[in-house]
Design a protein around this ligand. Sequence first.
Ligand SMILES: Cc1cc2nc3c(=O)[nH]c(=O)nc-3n(C[C@H](O)[C@H](O)[C@H](O)COP(=O)(O)O)c2cc1C
Length: 541
Amino acid sequence: MRAEELTEEAAECRQELDQYEHRIYVCMAAGCVSLQSEELLEELQDAVEERGLEDIVAVKGSGCMGLCAKGPLVQVQPAGLLYGEVSPRDANDIVESLGEEPVDRLRVPQQQQFYGNQKRIVLENAGRVDPTSLEDYLAADGYAGLVKVITEMSPKEVVDTIYESGLRGRGGAGYPTGLKWRGVYHAPGDQKYVVCNADEGDPGAFMDRSILESDPHRVLEGMAIAGYAVGADKGYVYIRAEYPLAIERLRKAIRQAERNDLLGTSICDSDFDFEVDIRLGAGAFVCGEETALMHSIEGKRGSPRPRPPYPANYGLWGHPTCINNTETLANVPTVIRNGSSWLAGIGTEDSKGTKVFALAGSVNNTGLIEVPMGITLREIIFDIGGGVPEGRDFKAVQTGGPSGGCIPAGHVDLQVDYESLQKAGSIMGSGGMIVMDDSSCMVDVAKFFMQFCREESCGKCTPCRVGTTQMYDLLDKITRGDGQMRDLERMEELCDLVGNASLCGLGQTAPNPVASTLRYFRDEYVAHIQDDTCPAGVCDL
Ligand SMILES: Cc1cc2nc3c(=O)[nH]c(=O)nc-3n(C[C@H](O)[C@H](O)[C@H](O)COP(=O)(O)O)c2cc1C
């Protein structure tokens, strides 16, 4: 398909969707599917057919709508209604109500509260397009960014646009994306690669899975734009095998894009070639680290190597490689469509745009959210999240998974941006956000994350292999009531040693949950050691 044909096709797809008076979207992300949303979709389709309404009512599957706590979710457009906890038995009532009064018993009361404070860029299509339909993506301006770069921009202009937008990597470290792309663009070599990191090993995190389940073409478009910018003709999506739905949709999207000249050779009749393959990971946390990930793609054991050399110069099979997180790449098409100053206008001075979080734990509205950088933790937890259930007290929030830390309730007005979170002893990470109430023991929380790091340590370097085990043993001792005050000093020494001497980010950040709980909740450690009590009543002392 040529670029002009694609634009025409997109307009036709939009027109086709607009001809329906009502569109019913059923959430088909993994959470809702596990709650029977497939049956619900069928019942709704049957209910529409039985009434002969197929020409005016479209019933479609969609990506994650976000408010997972209320799944299965259904949206009715253009009325803007959100129904929650919908069962297949509710299908007739929903169809009967179209154009009439909404079905009150199914309405989600927190709809405004949950969505009103969010800003959706990466998730703009989630809940609005059928992830299995290329036409839906085209109707939502899909691939317009790719067409724009191919027809109107030089690779250098694309790199500069991403640089000027201020986009930073969403995979954890927050490295400026444009700077990374510039490095690969300038790196000498005829063969270059783009890698999408969809390994997502943090416990509690499901942002990248949801993005791929909801809007796979967006990620492919972001990869193709990256390929055009840096001079790569081959891309890999590295995704863990535990994400079968995301993999299935991604495979389908790749086939659709290839058939329509949006991937493959001579994309949109240009001289740009870019193909994408999928590589499945076996579920090791360390394989999300970029050098380990590349070893894994090369068929080697997934363990990290020292950097430099960085992947931008020496990546897959020794060739320059641009490796980005799924959410980073999902930002790219919108940035290209809207221009660099548009993204630069959202967020804070140094953290631009939005961040997707998997909001979990002791919070009423658990689910997937996207918020502007600079929002406060209070706004996320109490406005969007609806506060802590059962009238319990908010105690802390954990961000950044095993590499992050616990921020106490006293810091609830902290701004969410890369630097503020780091100053507070945590990190933005890839987007896990776990809210804890007063029934959580912070020593136990630190032990949980240390157990994870100990088990996931690849064992290649001694500080991480031995240090995480020693820290875990000390934490275990304290939660059993056998701790001594000098264990706290020992643990602080180990935090310093493991953090500074480990080979890769796994070990370098593994001490964070311990260090942050020692910093903010030292009294709880002391209570376990000196008073033989667990203030939260979790540990069996
Ligand atoms: C132990 C470990 C696990 C990681 N896991 C992931 C992951 O699952 N997804 C991801 O995008 N980045 C992960 N990273 C960060 C990557 O090494 C790399 O920085 C990132 O993919 C770069 O993309 P970005 O610049 O778009 O953030 C991990 C790093 C470490 C040290």
